[in-house]
Design a protein around this ligand. Structure first.
Ligand code: DN4
Ligand code: BGC
Ligand code: ZN
Length: 361
């Protein structure tokens, strides 16, 4: 069938709408996207800044889109009970053959043989229809069709980072005497959608939480900061504020110089999670004093990518918990709803953007 799709040529980049003849006969489930989200990864691919992105084998185009809320149009009978009419979030990663992939943890793929829809070697979800397998579809409880459910995919990355935190923080006593994180300070670098989502989860944990950037916030983001009670400061103007030090630093900027500046404020036993990626970022130098402080302070510096089914399920719980807790403020995270042919959005990010979505209905 002929489907309209949004394509790039990875890793060089570019973006255009293309009508393609797709054969879905080998897929047991046929789906239609309701919404697809745009994130820093999509813009990185389109701008040619993510060297790890690549087209499917033997093809010269990659269909973009890894964040999707979709409806099942038809499904062959399956043990996962996925059926026509279900509202689902398709998973991004598809396993290779390593042991982590075989146990359902392709997010920890050990040999790089996995694929990622819309990113590495597999077509994504930005098209009128796509085919898939039931084991990669995560059902939205109650088949709710709320726009905010499209945040499930980016929140699953957050869920995984907090799983990593739970594991790493066991190397020392990281909580207070009652097992809580109260009194601990978390800083999130970057104020894109992932930055805000990390901050919400960090507040759930009980960290005193601030997000930061090198410029002030637009009014939509400033209102979300106010409505949720997270902190924000512009470090270019205010300097790095954490006089009492940082216990958890999560970077979503991918900027080495900025990470190193904040690294200097870490407390003993602090944990630094690197999450942002930018192959075109300016280099920064690591000297012996910095290395020494990582050693002397017992810091853990860890990268985290993607997430598994358990994180998608946790993400859905987070999203509906946040909706119950913060009300309409969570809905303001969807800052624009565009049509598929508005491809200019991949090239220029609006200042007030938290999450731009494309509507396929
Ligand atoms: P985004 O919306 O581009 O957010 C990046 C944020 O970092 C923006 O607010 C940037 O500011 C900010 N930033 C850039 N440079 C600096 C700097 N020097 N100091 C402070 N802030 C800075 O992207 P996103 O939120 O969708 O994703 C965040 C990053 O994570 C991207 O690099 C993605 O490639 C990466 N990512 C990784 C995974 C994974 O590991 C998943 C999803 C995304 P401004 O543009 O507002 O000025 O699984
Ligand atoms: C996706 C991850 C994926 C990563 C690749 C992100 O935007 O959320 O699932 O593994 O891109 O860097
Ligand atoms: Zn994304």
């Amino acid at each position: 069938m002929i489907v309209r799709s949004i394509v790039t040529d990875a890793p060089q980049g570019g973006v255009q709408i293309e009508s393609r003849d797709m054969d879905y006969s080998s897929f047991p489930v046929i789906l239609k996207p309701i919404l697809t989200g745009i994130c820093g990864t999509d813009r990185g691919i389109v701008n040619g800044a993510l060297p790890f992105a690549y087209n499917p084998h033997g093809e010269n185009r990659l269909i973009l889109g890894h964040e999707s809320l979709s409806m099942v149009i038809s499904a062959e009978p399956n043990q996962y009970n996925i059926k026509a009419g279900d509202i689902v979030v398709p998973m991004v990663r598809r396993p290779g053959k390593c042991l982590n992939c075989l146990i359902g943890r392709s997010d920890n793929c050990s040999d790089g043989q996995k694929h990622e829809a819309g990113v590495t070697g597999l077509h994504g979800f930005m098209r009128d229809e796509f085919g898939d397998f039931p084991e990669y579809l995560v059902r939205v409880p109650g088949n709710r069709k709320d726009d905010i459910a499209v945040l499930t995919e980016p929140v699953k990355n957050v869920e995984k980072v907090f799983e990593v935190l739970d594991i790493i923080s066991r190397r020392s006593i990281f909580t207070d005497s009652s097992g809580a994180y109260d009194g601990k300070r978390a800083v999130i670098i970057g104020t894109g959608s992932e930055g805000f989502l990390f901050a919400l989860k960090s507040m759930d944990y009980g960290f005193s939480t601030g997000i930061t950037n090198r410029h002030p916030l637009d009014s939509t983001k400033a209102k979300l900061v106010e409505d949720t009670g997270m902190g924000f400061y512009d470090y270019a103007r205010a300097g790095i504020r954490e006089e009492n030090g940082i216990d958890l630093l999560i970077d979503t900027s991918g900027d080495p110089g900025t990470v190193l500046r904040f690294l200097g404020r870490m407390n003993n036993n602090g944990i630094v999670v690197l999450f942002g990626t930018n192959g075109k970022a300016q280099p920064a130098q690591v000297d012996g004093e910095i290395l020494g402080s990582i050693v002397e302070k017992n810091l853990s510096i860890v990268g985290s990518v993607d997430g598994a089914r358990i994180h998608y399920e946790g993400a859905l719980q987070d999203i509906y918990q946040w909706k119950a807790h913060y009300g309409k403020a969570i809905e303001t995270m969807i800052t624009a709803r565009l049509r598929p042919d508005d491809t200019g959005i991949f090239l220029k990010k609006p200042a007030d953007e938290i999450k731009t979505v494309i509507s396929w209905e």
